[in-house]
Write a protein that binds this ligand. Structure first.
Ligand SMILES: Cc1cc2nc3c(=O)[nH]c(=O)nc-3n(C[C@H](O)[C@H](O)[C@H](O)COP(=O)(O)OP(=O)(O)OC[C@H]3O[C@@H](n4cnc5c(N)ncnc54)[C@H](O)[C@@H]3O)c2cc1C
Length: 293
């Protein structure tokens, strides 16, 4: 427990990629699963809410005060790579940045993680939301995932215990923190891996690079693209305060400077309403919410 970071009344605006939102009751940054379990139990004892924060690249944090504890996984960054015949076994803690895993692909000649090209955040966040691109995600290479439930129970899940669906939490809404996972990428040639990275990188063309966003706001509805529907409804022209729909990709909302979470939410709801009114489709949020909206 020595050296664990704990801050009472902590601002969350600097800890998410939209750069907005208010503060929480406390923010803890444990370094391992047992320290994390202690804070999970603290939140349960206090009877307040609890949120788990990874890289903050897919969340909208409420303005003002959130009466909840937040556990950040960022200090849980242990990473071990064991070479094996035909690939490797990687054991990584939840806070390992996925960029590090992508770098390992090139460094060690490992295939199966190239879909992470251009995706920010942590391993825990990516597993929780089943992040991916072009139908690829961690699902085929996950061996097991360790979690601690919000009532303090630890469990190891084998990949086959989990339901891997497009941008859907494999735990079916269960309240838990991912602490560690084992991945088994295969081995690949440098040409194969760089070719895949180039292919995933090309998919990012047209997305607003460098702007303050949280990635795609909405999931793609079956057989269609949320960005296409939003564009058809003229959403690219919409803004609320300093929140504006990206001119390059209608499924991204940019904080163009000083937007509040309320601005971003109002704009997202305005877009959602337009798509429903013009196409009869209810877009489902891909982003997750901290606090009340
Ligand atoms: C420029 C940009 C491009 C993006 N491109 C893509 C893309 O191509 N594909 C894609 O899928 N996403 C994309 N995203 C969205 C985002 O990067 C991913 O969803 C990412 O995996 C979120 O990880 P994170 O660590 O930032 O999670 P956070 O944003 O911190 O959290 C997201 C959710 O996961 C939960 N969570 C985080 N860590 C844990 C944990 N250890 N245990 C339990 N729950 C946890 C949080 O409570 C929250 O509900 C993009 C985002 C940006 C800003």
């Amino acid at each position: 427990m020595s050296g664990v970071s704990f801050v009472a009344g902590c601002g969350l605006g600097g800890l998410n990629t939209w750069g907005c939102g208010g503060s929480c009751r406390w923010l803890a940054s444990p370094k391992n699963a047992s320290e994390a379990t202690m804070f999970i139990k603290k939140a349960a004892d206090e009877g307040t809410g609890l949120y788990i924060l990874g890289g903050g690249s897919n969340i909208l944090v409420q303005d003002g005060f959130i009466d909840a504890g937040v556990i950040s996984s960022r200090a849980m960054d242990a990473l071990e790579v064991h070479a094996e015949k035909g690939g490797a076994r990687i054991e990584a803690s939840a806070g390992v940045p996925v960029k590090k895993l992508l770098a390992l692909s090139l460094d060690k000649g490992l295939t199966g993680m190239e879909f992470l090209t251009g995706i920010p955040g942590t391993l825990g966040g990516a597993l929780f939301g089943n992040a991916g691109a072009a139908g690829c995600s961690f699902a085929p290479i996950v061996e097991w995932v360790d979690t601690v439930s919000f009532d303090g129970v630890s469990r190891r899940w084998r990949s086959e215990d989990l339901v891997w669906k497009y941008r859907t939490c494999p735990w079916n809404g269960e309240r838990l923190m991912i602490t560690r996972a084992s991945l088994r990428p295969g081995s690949g040639s440098r040409e194969e891996i760089t070719g895949n990275i180039r292919r995933f990188s090309a998919l990012k063309k047209g997305q607003p690079i460098g702007a303050k966003t949280a990635g795609c706001v909405f999931k793609n509805p079956a057989g269609d693209s949320a960005g296409r529907l939003l564009d058809l409804c003229g959403c690219k022209k919409l803004r609320v305060g300093a929140a504006k729909v990206s001119e390059s990709h209608a499924n991204f909302i940019e904080n163009s400077g000083g937007a509040s979470a309320a601005d971003i939410y109002a704009l997202a709801e305005m877009c959602r309403k337009r798509v429903y009114e013009e196409h009869g489709i209810v877009l489902e949020y891909e982003i997750k919410f901290f606090g009340a909206f």
